[in-house]
Design a protein around this ligand. Structure first.
Ligand SMILES: CC(C)(COP(=O)(O)OP(=O)(O)OC[C@H]1O[C@@H](n2cnc3c(N)ncnc32)[C@H](O)[C@@H]1OP(=O)(O)O)[C@@H](O)C(=O)NCCC(=O)NCCS
Length: 140
């Protein structure tokens, strides 16, 4: 049976090409600059950057700004492993609640429900195109 190389979360030191392409895929843009309370990680498969995690810390809570896996590598268990690694890190830092918002029509909504997030509310027309955002939380 084929096994995926190890998934790891590595704090971003410098925006590399793969990371910038992920920023574009997420429509964030490469000029994005992280603020003081943000944490940014590369999701690495082996030593290769295949995804990103962007997090804002509001201890003892955290807000997951973005979690993304490169398109061709989605649905292979990488996102789930990255989220589990992130939750381990957060619990070590005494974070007990993880929040996020996701587009109502996004397939990611199903992903987060499977990972134990529950819906806590709705922000109407939150996105520029008028789509609603679903607010979600997981106790960790
Ligand atoms: C959402 C995302 C991070 C998930 O990562 P992934 O590596 O593709 O997901 P995984 O393969 O780890 O899937 C984990 C579980 O979620 C389920 N899942 C993943 N994508 C799904 C989808 N589109 N619909 C339904 N279930 C889905 C899988 O079936 C799997 O279920 P299991 O735990 O029962 O086996 C990834 O698809 C992605 O980058 N999407 C685009 C960016 C995005 O929308 N990010 C969220 C905004 S914050």
């Amino acid at each position: 049976m084929y096994r995926l190389p190890k998934v790891s979360l590595v704090p971003l030191k410098k925006k590399n090409e793969a990371f910038i392409s992920l920023l574009h895929q997420q429509e964030i843009g490469s000029t994005w600059i992280k603020s003081e309370q943000d944490q940014v990680y590369e999701i690495q498969l082996g030593k290769q950057c295949v995804g990103l995690v962007m997090l804002s810390m509001i201890a003892p809570e955290a807000n997951l700004i973005n979690l993304a896996v490169e398109k061709p590598l989605q649905n292979m268990g990488i996102g789930k492993q990255a989220l589990q690694l992130l939750i381990k890190k957060l619990t070590r830092s005494k974070v007990s609640m993880l929040h996020l918002e996701v587009r109502e029509q996004s397939p990611a909504l199903r992903f987060y429900l499977r990972q134990g997030f529950y819906s806590t509310g709705l922000r109407k027309a939150y996105y520029a195109d008028g789509e609603h955002a679903i607010l979600m939380t997981k106790q960790i």
